[in-house]
Design a protein around this ligand. Sequence first.
Ligand code: CU
Ligand code: ZN
Length: 175
Amino acid sequence: MKKYLFFALVAAIGLTSCDKEDKELARATLNRTNDGSSVIGVAKFFDAGDGKIRMALRIDFADRADSTVAVHFHEHGDCGNMGENAHGHWNPTKEAHGKWGSGSYHSGDIGNIELDAKGQGEIIVTTDRWSIANGDAKSIIGRGIIVHGGTDDYKTQPTGNSGPRIGCGVIEAIK
Ligand SMILES: [Cu+2]
Ligand SMILES: [Zn+2]
């Protein structure tokens, strides 16, 4: 009986440490491109261990209720000029544009996110394609995140024909 209690205690401590939230490394607050101030989402980046980073991206954009938006990381962390200053898709591995997890895709090709009747949607991505290390080609710090008003066809080069840039944010390290 004592032995059983001991193992139950060990198991409980193990679960508690697994439940502990991973360390937040970086964050991007997404704003509308047309006024640059209304928040329409947030992307949080966590240390997922094993050299991986986990992103939890949440969009809350009432004007886009019941629609699908496309999300990518773009090269520059500059949301000016309706998001155009972010330039093209960030592409450190020199691959073709595509669907996340397919044969070839850009390291920030998050893809389409369905928004519900409130305009809310969420996606979680865990990958070793990202880092926050200074000077690392994989570093996501200072990149732009663009939310598009259309859907990504995962084919058209190099953009996925995803439509206008309706939201934008810059990935910043958590100090
Ligand atoms: Cu894009
Ligand atoms: Zn792309």
